[in-house]
Write a protein of this length. Structure first.
Length: 115
């Protein structure tokens, strides 16, 4: 399993970012995909998930209505569109391929929301 996250950066409060996670080494279309984040000194938390076919999504309460997870099985890529970003969204964001557990992690991409 190989996962490569990208798209992070520094953004002002209220801004937007789109994260991408390129997957390889496994049959992407058969896995639920998840986005997690981890802020300094805090535990990693599940932000969003999407089922293998994209038909069902779930979100952390604090990001509902602001974040959207999507996937393109033809491109083996999962996305996280993040709008109306807040300083508390600052964290390293990671994707995982999930079945009964996460099958490997990428290196993460840093999102910093600050004025």
């Amino acid at each position: 399993v190989q996962l490569v996250e990208s798209g992070g950066g520094l953004v002002q409060p209220g801004g937007s970012l789109r994260l991408s996670c390129a997957a390889s080494g496994f049959t992407f279309s058969t896995y639920t995909m998840r986005w997690y984040r981890q802020a300094p000194g805090k535990e990693r938390e599940l932000v969003a998930s999407i089922t293998s076919g994209g038909g069902s999504t779930n979100y952390l309460d604090s990001v509902k209505g602001r974040f959207t997870i999507s996937r393109d099985n033809a491109k083996n890529t999962v996305y996280l569109q993040m709008n109306s970003l807040k300083p508390e969204d600052t964290a390293a964001y990671y994707c995982c391929a999930f079945r009964t557990n996460c099958r490997g992690w990428g290196q993460g991409t840093q999102v910093t929301v600050s004025s």
